[in-house]
Write a protein of this length. Structure first.
Length: 456
């Protein structure tokens, strides 16, 4: 929502109940999919999105934000991309984004922002143009269905002729499926995402029925239209009563009485098992909607404190997708290895044991995946007796380097690497384990070092 905030001077009309028959759909066999009104992982586990929007297309250098959003409690990040209205995000860049999401154990919602406000904003792209962008990225998206949701177009229709949304959306979904996409699709509402004329609400079944894979999630953006508890609960209840899948794809906070009632929104979403994705981590033209000051995770704004640490916020309600299963996933492209697509190495060395003080902690090192010039590593720390903090060190023998890490503070001095716990994983009971991961570089031999673990 990198645009003006405005209180829409529209009178909310009385909700008219439409008699619609809901048929529990079949679902795509691949990856994340819809069952009834829920998002379900390939293993059958229900997944509820709790996440943050990140304006990657304007701040492509802020790659550290992915780890920061994970540390803040998010299990999902909605990533702003552009196909050309702004600087286009290339296939290589999108591959890196997926890599960052997976490395930080985040489900990745990729959205094309070019469509924002079509019909009212003359610079906006059509949904059909957005689909062409995704088709151009198909080679790096295929195989990522467990981790990636495609949000075809952000806020694809403004307030001018919002009724065009239904036909355009149906055509976009069908074009995605005709071109072989198996991913779960996310569809934004018209009226700059807020659906105050109820076009999405009243045509939801038509749109859902258009998907031959029955794998589409509807998305409402809640800002000024939803400034009362009743407006929020009435909208959510309408979708719930009909069994339609819905996520709150964007929302802000009530910095004045005319803005969204964020506390009711989060409570109502939690009570109904509905996902929410707050806008946004940082970088807004008007910083009132920034969750952090200048992308500094240690400096949360009022909004950031609410969504991260508040009632029904990320820390209280977010659960990591089970696809990550305690082991860092391999890099994007693993289903179809190529020189430009990282993939796990079949000859990756076995995990190494650590030296340690008896009863303190042990650590093992594993290579989760490697590719020419790069690799992904994981270190598992296990406490032998209760500990309050831990430190793992190792020395590389063959010139490997650590480039970035998550779930630990990692520093290097020459070939020696030191990793220390972060605030949320230092305290371990006897026998309890935690892990951290990193991306590294290598040449020649990517050998496994011997680790030393110490604890207090």
């Amino acid at each position: 929502m990198k645009r003006r905030l405005a209180v829409l001077a529209a009178v909310l009309i009385t909700l008219t109940a439409s008699v619609l028959t809901f048929v529990n759909p079949a679902y795509a066999a691949t990856g994340l999919h819809i069952e009834g009104r829920n998002i379900v992982e390939a293993n059958g586990n229900t997944f509820v999105m709790r996440g943050i929007n990140h304006m990657h297309t304007w701040y492509a250098g802020q790659t550290g934000s992915f780890a920061d959003m994970k540390a803040a409690g998010a299990n999902t990040v909605r990533v702003v991309l552009s196909g050309g209205r702004w600087t286009a995000n290339t296939a290589a860049d999108v591959t890196n984004v997926i890599n960052l999401c997976k490395a930080n154990r985040l489900i990745c919602v990729l959205e094309n922002h070019d469509t924002t406000g079509y019909g009212e904003d003359g610079a906006a792209y059509t949904l059909d143009q957005a689909v062409n962008y995704w088709i151009g990225l198909k080679s790096v998206l295929t195989g990522q269905e467990n981790y990636v949701v495609i949000n075809i177009g952000n806020e694809p229709i403004g307030n001018t002729n919002p009724s065009q949304w239904t036909a355009a959306t149906v055509a976009a979904i069908q074009k995605m499926r005709t071109n072989g996409f198996e991913h779960m699709l996310m569809i934004d509402a018209p009226n700059w995402g807020q659906d105050w004329q109820y076009v999405m609400r009243d045509n939801a079944q038509t749109v859902l029925d258009a998907d031959t894979r029955k794998n589409t999630m509807l998305s409402i953006h809640m800002y000024a239209v939803f400034n009362t508890a009743s407006s929020i609960t009435a909208y959510l209840d309408h979708f719930q009563s009909r069994g339609w899948p819905l996520v709150i794809g964007e929302f802000g906070w009530q910095f004045d009485s005319g803005q969204v009632d964020d506390q009711t929104l989060m409570a109502a979403a939690q009570a109904r098992g509905i996902g929410y994705l707050g806008w946004s981590w940082a970088g807004n033209t008007d910083p009132i909607l920034d969750m952090t000051n200048s992308f500094n995770a240690a400096s949360l704004t009022t909004w950031g404190q609410r969504i991260v640490n508040g009632a029904n916020g990320l820390k209280a309600t977010s659960k990591e997708a089970t696809i990550f299963g305690g082991v860092q996933p391999s890099s994007p492209g693993s289903s179809s290895p190529s020189p430009s697509s990282p993939s796990p190495s079949p000859s990756s060395p076995s995990p190494s044991p650590s030296n340690s003080m008896p009863g303190a902690c042990t650590a093992t090192y594993a290579i989760a995946g490697q590719w020419p010039g790069g690799f992904q590593g994981e270190v598992k720390v296990t406490a032998g007796s209760p500990v309050k903090s831990w430190t793992v060190t190792w020395t590389y023998a063959n010139g490997q380097t650590v480039n970035n890490a998550w779930s630990a503070t990692v520093t290097s001095s020459g070939s020696t690497v030191t990793a220390r716990n972060v605030s949320y994983n230092g305290t371990l009971a006897a026998g309890q384990s935690t892990s951290f991961g990193f991306l590294g570089s290598w040449t020649g031999t990517n050998s496994v070092p011997t680790l030393t673990c110490s604890a207090t």
